[in-house]
Design a protein around this ligand. Structure first.
Ligand code: HEM
Ligand SMILES: *[C@@H]1O[C@H](CO)[C@@H](O)[C@H](O)[C@H]1NC(C)=O
Ligand SMILES: *[C@@H]1O[C@H](CO)[C@@H](O)[C@H](O)[C@H]1NC(C)=O
Length: 321
């Protein structure tokens, strides 16, 4: 009985502070649903035990949510008769995954909170952090109080999510358009310490960029990803795809970047990006600290807050009536 009332009080207080997105707080659910964060962590942990790759997939979902009109849960909306959402956009179609786990989290959280209290956008942000921690990364604070979008757009997703064929200047411009820096680009790309890519995204690099590829690494990949066919063949983005570490950076200094865009961060020309990659390759402690700070920045990208948007009951559909 008390939960909805408390929830209303928290929402009202946030609205009072103004709806700019600057008002996200770490303790947002402490009164309305103190069990929320532990409920999320439990489902994330179980999903990763069942399938270690899921941690990577959940981190990527949060990134792709935030880059399209801010962290507002828009990526989770299914298409409707009147709306083609983000799920079939170029970067996401047949690629992003974890929607079933998000559904399971939402159900668990609504049960734990005795009602619809926690936004889907916040669930994505917390699930990403919990995945990083479950796979050996350092923890960082996640600010909360995002509200969920009531619409999504395939065109917006196509316009804003970076693709793996971009060169460094394009990548940088893409991140700068979100208010992110070269350092943020290099640090956040460190998320490729987890997970896999399909052959369609690294084939070009494999056969057309041999100059910057370690030959032993390339030979092993050639077997998986032929010049034609096997589009779905997976290869890991670094040597340890279920452990958060700095192997990703070490790999790209040695010509073992899987994606063209990863190798672009280290061109061997002594540029600023090279220096950052070298720095994180050599200083895991700096990576931990900066990665958490950059995830905070990513999670703060123009979220709906206050009374904007809604708290979706089902993350796949806009609330009815
Ligand atoms: C810098 C520009 C980026 C580009 C061009 C890019 C591109 C890609 C591509 C092509 C894949 C493979 C997808 C597939 O084969 O289906 C991938 C996977 C992944 N990306 Fe990125 N990415 C970028 C930045 C990021 C950032 C900033 C994060 C998170 C903070 C991230 C997290 C991930 C993760 C965790 C995976 C593995 C997902 C899985 O195994 O399910 N990426 N990325
Ligand atoms: C998404 O992928 C499926 C399967 O490859 C394909 O049939 C469909 O046309 C794709 N959708 C878009 C919008 O590209
Ligand atoms: C390599 O580049 C050429 C020329 O751009 C292109 O025609 C070819 O399809 C590429 N090869 C692969 C395997 O992607």
């Amino acid at each position: 009985m008390a939960a909805p009332l408390l929830c209303f009080a928290v929402v009202a207080a946030a609205a009072f502070a103004g709806a700019s997105g600057q008002e996200l707080t770490a303790d947002y659910y402490d009164e309305a649903c103190p069990q929320a964060l532990s409920a999320i962590k439990l489902v994330v942990g179980a999903a990763i035990v069942k399938e270690p790759r899921m941690g990577a997939s959940l981190v990527r979902l949060h990134f792709h949510d935030c880059f399209v009109n801010g962290c507002d849960g828009s990526i989770l909306l299914d298409d409707t008769e009147g709306m083609v959402g983000e799920k079939t956009s170029k970067a996401n179609n047949m690629s992003v995954r974890g929607f079933g786990v998000i559904d399971a989290i939402k159900t668990a959280v609504n049960t734990a909170c005795l009602g619809n209290v926690v936004s889907c956008a916040d669930i994505l942000a917390v699930a990403a952090r919990d995945s990083i921690v479950a796979l050996g990364g350092s923890s960082y604070d996640v600010l909360l109080g995002r509200r969920d979008a009531t619409t999504a757009s395939i065109d917006d997703a196509d316009d804003t999510i970076p693709n793996p064929f971009m060169d460094l200047p394009e990548l940088l411009a893409n991140f700068q358009a979100q208010g992110l820096s070269l350092r943020d680009l290099v640090v956040l790309s460190g998320a490729h310490t987890l997970g896999y890519s399909r052959c369609v995204f690294y084939r070009d690099r494999l056969y057309n960029e041999t100059g910057s590829l370690d030959p032993t690494y390339a030979a092993a990949l050639d077997e998986r990803c032929p010049p034609a066919g096997d589009d779905e063949a997976l290869a890991s983005l670094d040597d340890t795809p279920t452990t958060v570490d700095t192997d990703y950076y070490q790999g790209i200094t040695q010509g073992r970047a899987l994606l063209h865009t990863d190798q672009q961060l280290y061109l061997g020309d002594g540029g600023d990006s090279d220096a950052l990659v070298q720095y994180y390759a050599e200083s895991p402690d700096k990576f931990w600290a900066d990665f958490g700070a950059a995830m905070l920045k990513l999670g703060g990208l123009s979220p709906l807050a206050g009374q904007d948007g809604e708290v979706r009951e089902d993350c796949r559909v806009v609330n009815q009536g």
